[in-house]
Design a protein around this ligand. Structure first.
Ligand code: FMN
Length: 283
């Protein structure tokens, strides 16, 4: 028996994300223990940028449901994450959660290697934006083993499974959790590290904005093709994470402590301005 956790980042009850999550979890195999959490119902507060979480022993000081969610993920054998596209990106509960991942940046071993699939749903043709790529970062920063991800069209609740192909694809995602034969491999013209087809271009190289992998646009006869040069210490490797969350952030924190008085002096002319406006208190 395996424990599968479904994280649904949609406020809509029995909506597309919820239905897909159930189908995926149920398709992973019989006799598993299935649990779902609705991310939008959890109390996940915004990161306060206090940086007190940066040592391996320290946990986030904010008292809310983050610890509950992380414990659920830690205890799961596999994770499904589903989010609807809202204004071209994943529902905001995903960003709020990811911002809190600074607190687990140097505890990445806790979640390592658990198979994960993500699904993104969207309701307007060609309006899926960067939602899938941004959602996949949730799995990458948790150090889960992202084995497949897919985007489903559906504006009305349950529309994603109106056609048999939708149901079939969801079941495939479920099988991918524990069966290596169903796992996704990188496609042509997408980043081989994080599967993103969203790219930056510096005039010479294309750069994946998510993992930082560089590549080139190559002419191949009549066609052009993207060729990537993945490094074995990119952002989502243990070394890449350590370099950012342990070395860089702790160094910057120490630098701030050492130069605090100097930075405070730079801040001084900007203190006490009276431009702030706040809404009237509601009854
Ligand atoms: C506030 C809001 C913003 C949305 N923005 C987009 C969008 O930018 N692109 C898109 O294709 N669909 C958009 N949609 C549609 C949803 O992504 C779509 O209906 C999705 O399947 C809902 O999933 P759910 O049933 O699990 O909530 C938006 C919906 C809402 C409520």
């Amino acid at each position: 028996m395996k424990r599968i956790l479904g994280i649904v980042a949609s406020p809509r009850k029995v909506g597309n994300c919820e239905i897909l999550t159930r189908i995926i979890m149920e398709a992973a195999g019989p006799d598993n223990k299935l649990e779902m959490v609705r991310l939008t119902d959890l109390d996940i507060k915004g990161c306060r940028a206090c940086y007190s979480c940066l040592t391996e022993e320290a946990v986030c000081v904010i008292e809310d449901d983050l610890a509950f969610l992380l414990e659920k993920i830690r205890n799961a054998d596999a994770v499904v994450i589903a989010a609807p596209c809202y204004i071209l990106g994943p529902n905001g509960s995903i960003k709020k959660l990811k911002d809190r991942f600074v607190s687990i940046g140097n505890k990445f071993a806790h979640f390592a290697g658990k198979p994960c699939v993500t699904v993104t749903t969207y309701g307007a043709p060609n309006w899926e934006g960067y939602a899938e790529q941004a959602l996949n970062l949730t799995a990458r920063f948790l150090n889960l083993n992202l084995v497949d991800s897919a985007v489903f069209f559906g504006a009305s609740p349950a529309e994603v499974i109106e056609k048999p192909a939708g149901l079939k694809r969801a079941q495939q995602l479920g099988r991918a959790l524990f069966d290596p034969d169903y796992r996704r491999t990188p496609k042509e013209n997408e980043c081989p590290v994080c599967w993103s087809d969203i790219l930056k271009f510096d005039g010479i190289n294309v750069i994946c904005p998510f993992c930082g992998t560089r590549g080139e646009i190559m002419a191949q006869g009549e066609k052009t093709q993207l060729v990537f040069y993945p490094k074995d210490d990119h952002r989502f490797t243990d070394e890449g994470r350590r370099r950012h969350f342990e070395v860089y952030l702790n160094r910057k924190k120490q630098e701030y402590i050492d130069k605090r008085k100097y930075y405070q002096k730079l801040q001084d002319p900007y203190r006490g301005t009276s431009y702030w406006v706040t809404p009237d208190k509601r009854e």
